[in-house]
Design a protein around this ligand. Structure first.
Ligand code: HEM
Ligand code: MTE
Ligand code: MO
Length: 466
């Protein structure tokens, strides 16, 4: 390291986004990252720092501050930055984030990403707000409800806007039980099968709540939008959380979904104002779709002929073929955005590697199952012999939702006999949905480089004490 050349900021600046070789700095290191750009899991955003320091960006995307990412970066080291040019420590952009419940399992502190504790998750059909998993990409906006405006933009650019009070008064309210599940749920499990990239969620980046709000189609109609206009193919949503360039978190859903009965702009979560982490004061709830489309801190709705241009719609939350590996160029426009979730099921208790007494004879099991598109769960089955034989579980479901429109989850409970003569065994769970879709046995055929929508049979290893 001592022998590497020293560069001034002036020199680094010549290697901006249009140069032959692209350099960045981090603290006092200078790096030529040209060969890494097409492999960057965060896409073109890396070019925001071309010819300059990544420090101010990583202050907001601190998932980079891990040994693994720093090791990748060190691989591209070409020199040291002149001491006079080293950036000062950034102010903490997350200092105004809300307080959180200590039982949440934090996977990344800034931005805040945390799972619900599996040992508590199946105790409540509707997850208490404090225990609801959190997936933030940026600092949490601090919005005064009285000042907040929701803008609706039509195809010809005409806009109307509403205060939260006006929205509540103008339109009929609806309440719906609906799951939010991150596309990265159970990524850690897929990573065990074969390494993937992304935040290492285990099995509880999912929760279920009762949401109250107004129908999206009522708002659209009021803004003069014909929801059956064939030119309108997608509805975009923008949040109030913006990145360093001022670009908000955003996503879109097809109009066909947007005009349905179930899509709402919500203001209550389990009967109280939506908490800050979950999108206060307004968020869109898209029952049956992946979490990423259910935009929090909603400030703008736009109807359009095309999907949202947002990074999270175009360059993330798309699952590639198992033929595409880490390091390959990711051709995002060759795969569609994830919308409806496939059938999912996981055991929450017992925890992996729990020790059970043979004398007890049985083990109590609890977990959840859910499928996208409103496809209710029709069966959940458990095996303790590697999938040779199965037994069915008792299911808890929301009575008012029929199996064709079941957006809340199914909780299950059962007990299994400890198999004779073994020192350890796996409890395996899998579910079947209303379309008779079920889950693959292993991750082999569904493995994808970003570790998304993993739904292979869930296996929990158990140790038997004699
Ligand atoms: C994700 C490396 C610069 C934005 C990642 C990941 C790696 C990485 C390894 C995957 C992390 C994971 O496993 O979750 C690098 C390197 C950089 C760089 C070596 C050096 C120049 C930047 C810059 C930005 C950025 C300047 C600007 C905002 C992102 C985003 C993600 C990401 C948005 C996706 C995070 C997510 O999935 O939520 N980067 N990055 N990166 N990076 Fe970078
Ligand atoms: N909306 C905004 N504005 N910003 C975000 O970072 N994250 C999305 C979605 N909506 C996000 C967002 C993702 S990826 C998920 S999984 C869900 O919110 C998580 O919702 P929750 O934090 O209420 O559990
Ligand atoms: Mo997500």
């Amino acid at each position: 390291l001592e022998n590497l050349p020293m560069y001034a900021q002036e020199e680094v600046k010549k290697h901006g986004k249009d140069a032959d070789r692209i350099w960045v700095t981090y603290k006092d290191g200078v790096y030529d990252v040209t060969d890494f750009i097409s492999m960057h899991p965060g896409g073109d955003k890396i070019l925001l720092a071309a010819g300059a320091a990544v420090d101010p960006f990583w202050a907001l995307y601190s998932q980079h501050k891990t040994a693994e990412v720093l090791e990748i970066l060190e691989g591209y080291r070409i020199g040291r930055l002149d001491v006079k040019d080293v950036p000062k420590a950034e102010p903490d952009a997350f200092s105004n984030d809300p307080e959180r419940h200590p039982a949440l399992l934090v996977r990344n502190a800034k931005p805040f990403n945390a799972e619900s504790p599996p040992s508590l998750l199946t105790d409540h059909f509707y997850t208490p707000n404090e225990l609801f998993f959190v997936r933030n990409h940026l600092p949490v906006p601090d919005i005064k409800t009285e000042d907040h405006r929701l803008t609706i933009e039509t195809l010809n650019g005409k806009t109307i806007d509403l205060s939260v009070d006006e929205l509540k008064k103008k339109y009929k309210s609806y309440t719906i039980g609906s799951v939010i599940q991150c596309a990265g749920n159970r990524r850690a499990d897929m990573n065990q099968y074969k390494k993937v990239q992304g935040l290492m969620w285990e099995g509880t980046a999912i929760s279920n709540a009762e949401w109250t709000g107004v129908r999206l189609r009522d708002i659209l109609a009021d803004a003069g939008i014909d929801v059956f206009d064939e030119k309108i193919k997608h509805v975009h949503f923008e949040g109030c959380d913006v990145d360093p360039t001022g670009t908000p978190y955003g996503a879109s859903i097809p109009m066909e979904k947007a005009r349905g009965n179930e899509v709402i702009v919500a203001y209550h979560m389990n009967g109280v104002d939506i908490p800050r982490d979950h999108g206060a004061p307004l968020r869109v709830i898209v029952p049956g779709n992946v979490g990423a489309r259910q935009v929090k801190w909603l400030r703008k709705i736009i109807v359009s002929e095309k999907e949202s241009d947002s990074h999270w719609q175009q360059k993330d939350y798309r699952a590639f073929s198992p033929a595409v590996n880490i390091g390959d160029e990711l051709k995002w426009d060759t795969v569609p955005s994830i919308q409806e979730y496939p059938v999912q099921c996981a055991i929450c208790t017992p925890a992996p590697n729990t020790k059970v007494d043979r004398d007890d004879g049985t083990v109590d099991i609890s977990g959840y199952a859910w499928s996208g598109g409103g496809r209710g769960i029709i069966r959940i089955e458990i095996s303790v012999d590697g999938g040779e034989t199965w037994s069915s579980c008792e299911m808890e479901q929301e009575e008012k939702q029929d199996k064709e429109h079941m957006y809340a989850w199914t909780l299950f409970r059962t007990e299994v006999k400890i198999p004779p003569g073994v020192k350890e065994f796996n409890i395996i769970a899998k579910a079947v949905d209303r379309s008779y879709n079920t889950q693959p046995e292993t991750a082999s055929g569904i493995w994808n480089v970003r570790g998304l929508i993993h739904n292979a049979w869930h296996r929990v290893p158990i140790i038997v004490k004699d």
